[in-house]
Write a protein that binds this ligand. Structure first.
Ligand SMILES: [Ca+2]
Length: 546
């Protein structure tokens, strides 16, 4: 019924568009109107809640801000606290455990290894949105970070007709292919085939954008689903120097000052309550004043580079949106922009703790302040700037707390939106993207795929919400019952009824810890659940570091 209604809508929409074309006597260079819209999904990596302008950032993001003016911002959009699980849910519309992506398998806890739900690649009993859209006649493209399995899965085997992918969770942003962590091998593929060498002028964000634009340009016979998966601003912090120079001196006052400044801006934008206090600095974040002058200079430079990476990402987004405007596709494209998790506090010390060849690996880098951001360096924003980047939320990537799982998100529907420039504060989840995309494409989620039964879809289309229809549909009755099941990578997030809890659920403005085994999503989805409200301030177990 929904799809039939949608098809009627598509037909009427096409009539309206074609009627407009006739009335305006537009030149024939524009492509013919498509009954089904294109879909462009843009994902930033480890971008904090207040790291873009419309969410309170001081970083210049005019392209993202313009997209928000044409679309709506989702101020309660939820993901998993780490890259792989978010991408698993995003691609399949189901809980990341059911997709085989319960955690980042590179850092799985002992009790997760070998368990169903923690395979580290997309399981055979899930289907991707790319597969279903391809099967329904869409052209399907992706560039950038995959992180959904290397041996068992790659974009080419999971529905993408054209792809250029980094299979790993991260790597150097330059052509040198230096691995993110000791002992890892950086792996790129093009259309599923290994890529041994990158162009000498390779820089991740611009290369991925160029490649995706070339795919979109190469064909014009059907709508496209394009997934632009930036690896920025994930560490290592790398960007052409002209971008970081724009922010020279901007962060000399430190992360405590930045957190306060962003909170003020969020209040001015109406995104934070006027009475909200700054989040207490976690024990693992040093006060800026405790750093030596040398440490402050190095850390301020890191944030300048991070800001430059986001500035550069915004420029790339502007380029692809301009391309769509010039080709006449912009108005007929559903566009989503989001981050995959909160800002990362991971520092070199954390990688060294993984053991192996750590010390020797990091000896290769020249992390002098003058070389930071350039090839041959490997730095990060560390705990302090991550704390500030998550403002006004608590904690950061890797934590089942709002700062880890609540991210900036923007959606622009095809055509003009009656609520353009507005905000939607209902609880939405990355699992909802797949059903939303299928809805606009007029495609069904099947009971079986290739003759094998598959996991039923768990997300829900947010089209009614975006269209301004039934705005309460997802809240409170839906969100109150939504099992979001975020897990922390191998670590308890708090105690619940005397047990270490690794799961939580958001209901309205509360996060509730769940007492349940980490792998119960597969084996016992209805296992006994006991709940406890998460305290205002979590305990911290980590050493402080600059
Ligand atoms: Ca990430």
């Amino acid at each position: 019924m929904i799809f039939r209604s949608f098809n009627i809508f598509c037909f009427l929409f096409a009539l309206v568009i074609s009627g407009c074309s006739r009335e305006s006597a537009a030149p024939d260079s524009s492509p013919p109107p498509l009954a089904r819209p294109n879909i462009l999904l843009i994902v930033a990596d480890d971008l904090g809640y207040s790291d873009v302008g419309v969410f309170g950032s001081e970083i210049a993001t005019p392209s993202i801000d313009a997209l928000a003016a044409d679309g709506v911002t989702l101020t309660q959009f939820h993901v998993s606290p780490n890259c792989g699980p978010t991408r698993g849910a995003m691609m399949t519309g189901v809980d990341p455990h059911r997709a085989g992506m319960g955690g980042n398998h590179e850092v799985a806890a002992e009790n997760q290894k070998g368990q169903p739900g923690y395979e580290g690649y997309l399981r055979d009993d899930v289907v991707t949105v790319a597969q279903l859209l391809r099967d329904s006649g869409y052209r399907t493209y992706m560039t950038g970070k995959w992180h959904l399995g290397a041996e068992r899965n790659n974009p080419a085997s999971r529905g993408f007709e054209k792809s250029f992918a980094l299979l790993n969770g991260g790597a150097s942003h330059w052509a040198d292919q230096v691995a993110l962590v000791p002992g890892a091998k950086t792996r790129y593929t093009k259309d599923g085939e290994p890529v041994e060498e990158l162009p000498t002028d390779f820089y991740s964000s611009s290369f991925y954008t160029n490649e995706l634009i070339s795919y979109i340009e190469s064909e014009n016979d059907s709508p496209f689903f394009a997934y632009l998966s930036f690896t920025a601003p994930h560490n290592p912090l790398h960007v052409p120097q002209s971008y970081s120079e724009k922010y020279r001196g901007r962060y000399d006052a430190g992360w405590d000052a930045l957190a306060a400044q962003r909170l003020d801006q969020l209040k001015a934008l109406g995104l934070a309550d006027e009475h909200q206090e700054p989040q207490p600095r976690p024990d693992w974040v040093m006060a800026w004043d405790e750093l030596t002058a040398e440490q402050q200079a190095a850390r301020a430079r890191d944030m300048e580079i991070y800001a430059g990476m986001i500035d550069n990402v915004d420029e790339q987004i502007g380029r692809i949106l301009d391309h769509l405007r010039q080709s006449g596709d912009y108005d007929n494209t559903l566009i989503v922009f989001m981050s995959d998790n909160g800002p990362s506090k991971t520092s070199i010390a954390d990688y060294l703790a993984l053991g192996g060849e750590g010390s020797a690996f990091f000896e290769q880098f020249d992390n002098s302040t003058s070389n930071r951001g350039s090839p041959g360096s490997s730095t990060d924003i560390g705990p302090g700037w991550a704390y500030a980047a998550a403002t006004p939320l608590r904690l950061v990537k890797g934590y089942v707390a709002q700062g880890g799982i609540q991210v900036p998100a923007i959606v622009k529907l095809p055509g003009s939106m009656a609520n353009a420039g507005g905000r939607l504060g209902q609880l939405t989840h990355v699992m909802d993207l797949m059903p939303t995309f299928l809805s606009v494409a007029g495609a069904d989620y099947p009971d079986a795929y290739n003759g094998e039964s598959i996991v039923p879809v768990q997300g829900e289309s947010i089209m009614p919400l975006l269209n301004g229809e039934s705005p309460s549909k997802l809240i409170p009755e839906k969100s109150a019952g939504r099992r979001t099941a975020w897990t922390h990578t191998g670590k308890a997030i708090g105690k619940c009824c005397g047990f270490q809890s690794r799961m939580a659920m958001v209901t309205g403005n509360c996060m509730i810890l769940l007492r349940t085994p980490a792998n119960c999503m597969i084996s016992r989805p209805n296992s006994r659940i006991r709940q406890k409200r998460w305290p205002t301030h979590g305990r911290s177990t980590q050493n402080r570091t600059a």
